[in-house]
Ligand binder design. Structure first.
Ligand SMILES: [Zn+2]
Length: 308
């Protein structure tokens, strides 16, 4: 039987369910999911999983759990659950966020979540920001508005994305997110618990939009900083956003190789077998079903198809 590897991508793991972010992972759902996944798969961090995939013998269904960006809840909420199930994961960290920075999309989320929490606001006019006007009467409309706004801002240059987020926060009198991202100590805690730490640039830009020099700075810089924090080599990397061509290019891959990373993950949703694996474009899934049972079943079916 062919060996297969599936790499899953997570971001935040909230302590509780959130109405506005209904697709998001939260503690109870994550606990249930791990409980199921560990029954059917050998769960290993990316670096170890790849070593295992290439080796003869050993488990045939391998799974990696990865987290992107470096959210504080990874250390506070996900880590205790991973420890409980004795599962080791990989955390791709944007090193610039370790010192109190936050991501533009979280700034925008704060604005919408604050507005909708405090008052029943039916009209949300962002036309002066060139983002249109939204009806926020129902939770579905709020979710849709959030998606549409994020989608419009995503491919703007990074400094414009941050400016939009900052302008929105101040226009609606919402304080910027605090303690949202991990600090150096949290990274050490993860590493000491046996978790793998991987790179995810410094400031989370769309790498394909940067000059060669700027991409170089982002990719090398975060590796150097993270290695300094954990005092060990950082061998894996995740491209921000992760779509080939749109988010990273051949140049990006070249820099990632030069920097000394051994593996890099994309967000192309496929399963890996030992015969198809460009180590610098490993595919990854985002759990696409809110129901852990359905998700595990689909994953198993997909893997079985890959093993044939
Ligand atoms: Zn990311």
């Amino acid at each position: 039987m062919k060996k297969t590897l599936c790499i899953l991508a997570f971001h935040r793991v909230l302590p509780k369910k959130n109405k506005l972010l209904h697709d998001i992972m939260y503690a109870e759902r994550f606990d249930k999911l791990l409980n199921l996944l560990k029954k059917y798969f050998k769960i290993l961090p990316v670096h170890e999983a790849m070593r295992n995939l290439k080796r003869k013998g050993g488990p045939s269904r391998i799974l990696s759990i990865t987290f992107d960006d470096g959210y504080k809840d990874n250390a506070m909420v996900a880590l205790p659950i991973l420890n409980k199930h004795k599962v080791k994961a990989t955390f791709f960290i944007s090193s610039g966020f370790l010192y109190g920075q936050w991501m533009w999309n979280d700034g925008i989320f704060e604005v919408i979540s604050n507005i909708t929490k405090n008052q029943v606001q039916t009209k949300f006019d962002l036309s002066k920001f060139d983002l249109g006007s939204f009806d926020l009467s129902t939770i579905e409309m709020k979710r849709r508005a959030l998606d549409l706004i994020l989608e419009q801002v995503k491919y703007k240059p990074d400094k414009n994305r941050r400016k939009v987020a900052k302008d929105l926060l101040s226009a609606f009198n919402v304080p910027p997110p605090e303690n949202l991202m991990m600090r150096e100590d949290d990274i050490k805690t993860l590493y000491d618990a046996g978790m793998e730490i991987g790179g995810h640039t410094i400031s989370h830009p769309i790498l394909s939009k940067l000059s060669y020099q700027d991409a170089h700075k982002e990719i090398f810089g975060c590796k150097i900083l993270l290695e300094n924090v954990i005092q060990a080599p950082v061998r894996t990397f995740a491209y921000p956003n992760g779509k080939p061509v749109a988010d990273y290019t051949e140049h990006t891959i070249e820099i990632v190789k030069k920097a000394g990373y051994q593996y890099a993950v994309s967000t192309v949703p496929e399963t890996l077998t030992s015969s198809i694996s460009d180590p610098y474009q490993l595919p990854r899934f985002t759990p696409w079903d809110r129901n852990p049972v359905k998700f595990t079943t689909r994953l198993l079916l997909k893997m079985l198809a890959g093993q044939r």
